[in-house]
Design a binder for this molecule. Structure first.
Ligand code: HEM
Length: 460
């Protein structure tokens, strides 16, 4: 991956600050954010436009909702927009410094070391793992009593946890290493809680939550360090990320990662890589359940391409509609509903002044539902993703995996997994939402379903 050459940030300007709400005199927009975060950003864009100044607890942040502004920040001027301080502090709580939290040369060095682990051919080697894991889940589903719902959100989390654990460091986090799997789940729950709580108790106060987190973090540390030591000792090449990280050496400097750095990257990949894919699949099954005509077309493609056999990596280019269903699902419910940055120097965006060291939120959910780029935006229609329909759309109007040099490193992995798993499940079952169950987006770190997703199974 090449590091895009960013032009120098614009000089500070005399432009006006962007418009925006006053909010509560102390809390700013915190009450609105807690009530309905996505609705708040949608309404702000409708009322004030594509660049909005949003106050939170006396600090002004800037919300962006235009593809050109996304391109400006993520690509053209990416060197002027660093990781957001607020989010970095939370991610560092349990991951330490890693690919996600670093900037500049430190980031570039890590990205170069890790990029090969995510090359297309490397990811392709995990195809069988993905379908086998989905197949094992379906065998378990067979014993589900007729009409009794399954929690599809939890099933998908368990499946993607298993796939990520095996692919990244060769461990079954649902089977023999379930204690480590649970430690991952607990720590990411804790990070989600810290994001949502306006005044969380500092870590040194022994609340029940803090103690649980410390215990889970200790389990994580103990087990991951043992895995790293064992891999270094045996020198075994399993073709996974752990092998790459323990053996990687910078071509120019010869520098390699120490145990703590490997631990941080592994924990990050688990955190970034499994819940995002799980919610993608969860929302996809929810949407299919309400759109039988899309589901019929999906089934027709699966019958045509696979004729009842398990999908392999070689089938993916032919499973075009399957891919479009997933793409459209990520448009309506982007797992990463926004990305955050911190300006380095002052800049100008959309004719407005953006001060130095300011927090910016790029609201992907707004751009994905904007009628300027998506006619009839609330409608679920995978046909939007045919090459013809996509041709005239601005590049940064669709960015479930972000954009610019910090584009998601796992995007191939995620798309491959989502396609393989959807094709495997949809060949055997139709999933139906339990009537009357409330389903709303719940934006924490990733966009979850608000009350889980219970569904009944119909054999095909
Ligand atoms: C559907 C699934 C996924 C979605 C929607 C997603 C989304 C994203 C987005 C939007 C970013 C950019 C964040 C930013 O610019 O601030 C990102 C970065 C990242 N993602 Fe993903 N991701 C997914 C799956 C994965 C997987 C499977 C992995 C790894 C196994 C992964 C690892 C990462 C890492 C390490 C970064 C930081 C990259 C960097 O800063 O250089 N993601 N992801």
């Amino acid at each position: 991956m090449s590091h895009a050459t960013a032009s120098a940030p614009l000089a500070p300007t005399r432009r006006p600050l962007p418009p925006g709400p006053r909010g509560h005199f102390v809390l700013g927009m915190i009450p609105e954010l807690r009530r309905d975060l996505l609705g708040m950003y949608r309404d702000l864009a409708r009322q004030y436009g594509d660049v909005v100044a949003v106050p939170f607890l006396g600090v002004t942040t800037f919300a962006l909702s235009h593809p050109d502004h996304f391109k400006h920040v993520l690509q053209d001027h990416n060197r002027n927009y660093h990781r957001n301080t607020f989010f970095n502090n939370i991610v560092k709580l349990f991951n330490g410094e890693n690919l996600f939290t670093t900037d500049g040369d430190d980031w570039l060095w890590r990205r170069r070391l890790m990029q090969p682990a995510f090359h297309r051919q490397r990811v392709a080697a995990f195809g069988a793992l993905m379908t086998d894991s989905a197949g094992a889940m379906l065998d378990r589903w067979q014993t589900q009593p007729d009409g009794q719902p399954l929690w599809v959100d939890r099933e998908m989390m368990q499946l993607t946890l298993r796939v990520a654990g095996k692919a990244l460091f060769g461990v079954d986090l649902v089977g023999e290493s379930h204690a480590l799997g649970e430690a991952f789940t607990h720590t990411s729950e804790f990070v989600n809680y810290r994001l949502g709580a306006p005044f969380p108790a500092p870590l040194f106060i022994p609340t029940r939550r803090n103690r649980e987190f410390q215990r889970a973090a200790q389990t994580l540390d103990r087990t991951i360090y043992a895995l790293i030591r064992e891999r270094r000792r045996s020198g075994e090449d399993r073709g996974d990320l752990l092998t790459m990280l323990t053996q990687a050496r910078d071509e120019d400097t010869g520098e390699s990662l120490n145990d703590e750095q490997v631990r941080n990257e592994i924990a990050l990949m688990m955190f970034a890589g499994h819940e995002t894919t799980a919610v993608t699949l969860t929302w996809t099954f929810y949407l299919l359940s309400g759109h039988p005509e899309v589901e019929r077309q999906l089934h027709a493609e699966l019958a045509d391409v696979l004729g009842g056999r398990a999908p392999t990596i070689r089938d993916l280019p032919d499973l075009r509609y399957t891919r479009m269903v997933i793409e459209e699902s990520m448009r309506l419910y982007p797992p990463a509903w926004g990305v955050a940055r911190q300006s380095v120097q002052a800049d100008e965006i959309g004719g407005y002044h953006i001060p130095a060291d300011a927090g910016l939120s790029l609201i992907i959910n707004n751009v994905h539902r904007d009628p300027r780029w998506w006619p009839d935006p609330e409608n679920f229609d995978p046909e939007r993703f045919t090459p013809e329909c996509s041709a005239d759309r601005p590049g940064f109007a669709y960015l479930p995996f972000g954009g610019g040099p910090r584009l998601c490193i796992g995007n191939q992995f995620a798309m491959t997994e989502a396609q393989m798993v959807l094709a495997t499940i949809a060949q055997r079952y139709k999933l139906r939402l339990v009537p009357g169950h409330p389903v709303r987006p719940n934006p924490i770190f990733v966009l979850r379903t608000s009350h889980g997703l219970p569904m009944t199974l119909e054999r095909r």
